[in-house]
Ligand binder design. Structure first.
Ligand code: ZN
Length: 231
């Protein structure tokens, strides 16, 4: 009977990132550390299949009208799980840099959040830039989790600034497209919490498929990047 109950038991999931854990600990190192800066990351799905195709098409293949369906996905998730989000005060996008020397000419996440703002109306305080990125940083793809964590502290941290908005005491959801392991979110959370935020959590379209978060493989897939032409 024990084996029956084992077979029928639901998969164990990490309380921080939602990934199936396989064992007792999440493979994503940040989830096991108290100094990660963010509380939890909510995800509408895993980075595979149609969701992956939609995100890659949107970000890298010029399918910008996918912002409509992807923002609908986020809005539906917020609505479906409304009780999870009652305590949060504001939504804001993961900051992007578009100034001189920027690698991108547009901000996919910013656009997604702008569409989301129209969908959720007055039910959410959507803030465009609670944290600003004032300089470009190198892509993190192709690096190990350790390298990405170091790079976030040494490369990203110096170019993040608290925005003008007041965040004192607020619980904030930072929206991103794909969760890698949380090194970038940790830096954004650090800025927000230094500015007085009570809690910083993530809301993403997709998290890694089973057992990948935080692993070496996540470096390459994380942003769906390949050799790409103009964004
Ligand atoms: Zn985790």
């Amino acid at each position: 009977m024990a084996s029956d109950s084992t077979l029928s038991s639901p998969p164990r999931r990490c309380a921080a990132c939602g990934q199936e854990t396989l064992g007792s600990r999440c493979t994503n190192a940040w989830c096991n550390r108290a100094d990660r800066g963010w509380s939890v990351v909510y995800s509408t799905g895993t980075y595979e299949g149609e969701l992956r195709r939609a995100i890659v098409g949107y970000k890298y293949r010029g399918q910008r009208d996918r912002a409509r369906s992807l923002s609908a996905l986020l809005a539906g998730y917020l609505d479906e799980h409304a009780t999870w989000f009652e305590e949060y005060d504001a939504l804001t996008p993961m900051p992007a840099y578009l100034g001189p020397g920027a690698r991108r000419s547009w901000d996919p996440v910013g656009r997604l959040v702008a569409e989301l703002a129209e969908r959720v109306g007055d039910s959410w305080a959507v803030r465009p830039a609670l944290v600003e990125k004032v300089g470009e940083t190198a892509p993190m793809r192709g690096q190990t989790q350790w390298q990405r964590a170091r790079y976030a502290e040494c490369g990203l941290r110096p170019v993040l600034r608290a925005g003008a908005c007041e965040v004192g005491g607020a619980r904030i959801l930072v929206v991103d497209d794909v969760f890698t392991e949380g090194s970038t979110l940790r830096e954004v959370a650090r800025v927000l919490r230094r500015a007085g935020a009570e809690e910083v959590a993530g809301l993403v379209l997709a998290r890694p498929a089973l057992g990948i978060a935080g692993g070496r493989r996540s470096a390459g897939w994380a942003h769906g990047e390949r050799r790409r032409g103009p964004a």
